[in-house]
Ligand binder design. Structure first.
Ligand code: SAM
Ligand code: SF4
Length: 339
């Protein structure tokens, strides 16, 4: 579809290190129907609903990024599909796919709501979903999500596959909880034609536990897997912290998302907008700009100016440091920033 004239790309978003920002991760809520132990506290302090950007504001802000050359938007949260009327936003964004607009909308989800939404997502133009699943064992799943039922997530995965969505499974690697279950999970996913990405626990926010106990280097996981399989490096990249291999025995693709043990910042192409309109230029830093205030006080023009300010402020690299017990200056959780 051709875009309306006001969508024609103006000055692209390029930061002071010459990196062009083409990818926005858009968080639509901090709420969730699960309570993953690495992500949030058992009793999280959710934001009052009045703090959240409205759906209209989310659409206006997304448009501001699209006009400046953002071609990919990932809708995330919290659990994006628990936000009431989220489909209206996604359908609006679907209308922005086309020349001079978006190339792609994707979604990160825990899949529990996919039986309701998978078909509508596909109809709206979503082609790919990242689904979080850390184990195939129902008891471990219940423990890791503090009460979740794996059957709900598996039903969501089936619904997504049936709707024709391409699926990638995201699994957070944890020292004791699932280290030895990852091989089975990968074999299962590859058997169904899904890519898998393994994620290192990142030290984001207070989650009622010790991060250093949770942390497991993906270099160790790679060693584990290489004792059973042949892992061949492949050059695929999304401009993020993933490094990919193809596993000879399964034929499937496996990504390692290792922000702590591998530096990925030089090719960074992304920024993150929280559900309250805070624009984070880097997941591993605290600096943010208030796009909600800019929009409410100065309208789209003020937002556009703030995007230039953001490019001047985007840091060269993150500040994660696992050697300090994984502590960093970053006090917000992944559910707040948008994973
Ligand atoms: N609720 C959706 C889901 O779980 O897919 C989307 C939001 S969730 C915050 C996005 C991703 O962040 C998930 O794959 C989750 O496993 C991951 N995640 C959450 N907290 C994390 C942490 N502290 N370190 C690494 N990954 C984390
Ligand atoms: Fe919810 Fe996703 Fe966080 Fe798990 S990782 S608690 S599913 S937001």
């Amino acid at each position: 579809m051709d875009m309306p004239p006001d969508f024609v790309t103006r000055t692209p978003l390029v930061d002071t290190f010459g990196r062009q920002i083409t990818y926005l991760r858009l968080s639509v809520t901090d709420r969730c129907d699960l309570r993953c132990v690495y992500c949030m506290k058992a009793r999280p302090d959710f934001l009052p609903k009045s703090e959240l950007l409205t759906l209209e504001e989310l659409t206006t802000l997304a448009d501001a990024f699209i006009r400046r050359g953002v071609t990919k938007i990932r809708v995330t949260g919290g659990e994006p599909l628990v936000r009431k009327d989220v489909m209206t936003l996604i359908e609006n964004l679907g209308g922005r796919i086309g020349a001079n607009g978006l190339r792609e909308i994707c979604l990160t989800t825990n899949a529990t709501q996919l039986p309701r939404y998978a078909k509508r997502l596909a109809d709206a133009g979503v082609k790919r979903v990242n689904i979080s699943l850390d184990t195939l064992d129902p008891d471990t799943f219940a423990a890791l999500t503090r009460g979740g039922r794996i059957a709900d997530t598996l039903a969501g995965i089936d619904a997504a596959a049936e709707a024709g969505l391409k699926i990638k499974i995201n699994a957070v690697a944890m020292q004791s909880a699932n280290r030895h279950a990852l091989k089975d999970l990968i074999a299962w996913a590859h058997g169904r034609g899904f890519d898998v990405s393994l994620i290192e626990v990142m030290p984001l926010g207070d989650v009622d536990g010790e991060r250093a106990d949770q942390f497991l280097s993906l270099l160790d996981i790679r060693d584990d897997l290489e004792s059973a399989w042949t892992l061949n490096d492949i050059p695929d990249t999304t401009g993020g912290p993933s490094r990919y291999v193809r596993i000879e025995e399964t034929g499937g693709r496996l990504g390692f998302i290792s922000p702590l043990t591998q530096n990925f910042c030089a090719g960074c192409n992304r920024v993150r907008l929280t559900c309250t309109g805070q624009l984070f230029m880097c997941l591993g830093r605290n600096g943010a700009l208030d796009l909600r205030a800019a929009l409410r006080e100065g309208g789209p023009q003020a937002v556009d100016q703030m995007l230039d300010q953001a490019m001047a402020l985007k840091p060269e690299a993150h500040a994660f440091d696992v050697s300090r017990g994984a502590a960093t200056e970053v006090s917000r959780t992944m559910a707040h920033t948008g994973g």
